[in-house]
Design a protein. Sequence first.
Length: 209
Amino acid sequence: MNARETVLGRVRDALTLALQPEAEVPRAYRTGRTLPDDERLALFVDRLVDYKAEVHTCTAERTAATVARVLASRGARHVGVPPGLDRAWLAAFGGTVQEDRADIPAPSLDALDGVVTASRVSCAETGTIFLDGEPDQGRRALSLVPDLHVCVVDLSSVAVGVPEALARLTPHRPTTLISGPSATSDIELERVEGVHGPRTLDVVIRTDA
């Protein structure tokens, strides 16, 4: 058998397999888990801190004061925000605010001191925050290019586990998963931060929202 016959034979085999009925994949995930607010908050904070994120809790009415304090502590004076972010969250911030637009080149976002976004849902069990590109979260580049990300999370949006969190997402929307600051290890297993995203992640959790 020559090479041509071998290739055509493999194509025929692949087509034959493709005509087989789709296999049923069992979806018996553990779902519907709940925890009291205080336990869910404690679990979520524990995972975030383990990932080296900084966590700040506040009530909804203290959102602006908390965001301003976090930005000041990081020396941020020029921050970017998605177009749908509640501007009241920046009311106490003394620096300049730049609203992001799709026509702004992604590399130019590196000139920002940081970015402030909302979030869609979070998973307490894994300490993961999900962004889905809604107007209050913005495009993916906005949350990945600046070196500082201040992410506001409502405790009511924190699910216990991954299945419960995924159930709250809209499948067709682009989803970014954040588990602490961007980090990787070099060839000598030394931790290197800020390679694939923000070097610093500050999470503001609104405990009554």
